[in-house]
Ligand binder design. Sequence first.
Ligand SMILES: [Zn+2]
Length: 190
Amino acid sequence: MEERRVTISRAKMSVDYPASFMLVAAMNPCPCGYYNHPTIECTCAPGAVRKYMNKVSGPLLDRIDLHIEVTPVPFKNLATMKAGENSQTIRERVIAARKIQEERFRGCPGIHCNAQMNSRLFRQHCVLDAECQERMKLAMEKLGLSARAYDRILKVARTIADLDVSPAITVEHLSEAINYRSLDRDTWGR
Ligand SMILES: [Zn+2]
């Protein structure tokens, strides 16, 4: 997944293919399906939610940048829901952020977006001020995040800042990126 290549090995040879893809996956929050539900109580036995989540290995979960919890929308909200931003507006924002990244990685062959930053580029473009460093330290301690999750959060924060056309990562960008780690093992199911 990280190298964006797939190697197929047979007895006499092995072949390397490019495999750049976006992984999108969905799962239930727990065996009964109601963990964190706003109105229905989860009936899972103590420890069952953690056990269920542990079926997804930590290293795999670490490599998934955005964890989004989708809670049901009550009917009255569905009926009265105001129109949100349309896709065209969002598309324009994404194109603008992609342009910023194109500029940023001009002269870095094979690197087109923040997710692909190597450690040198990472240190150069994911600089945190004192307030952000403090916020990150707290999150690491509270959520028990791995070093890999730390890198991912900063890269996602960099992208949120780009969508906001902000040259610096602010504490708001960072906090949003941290919120996308809801499945990190130390918090889910406790
Ligand atoms: Zn449950």
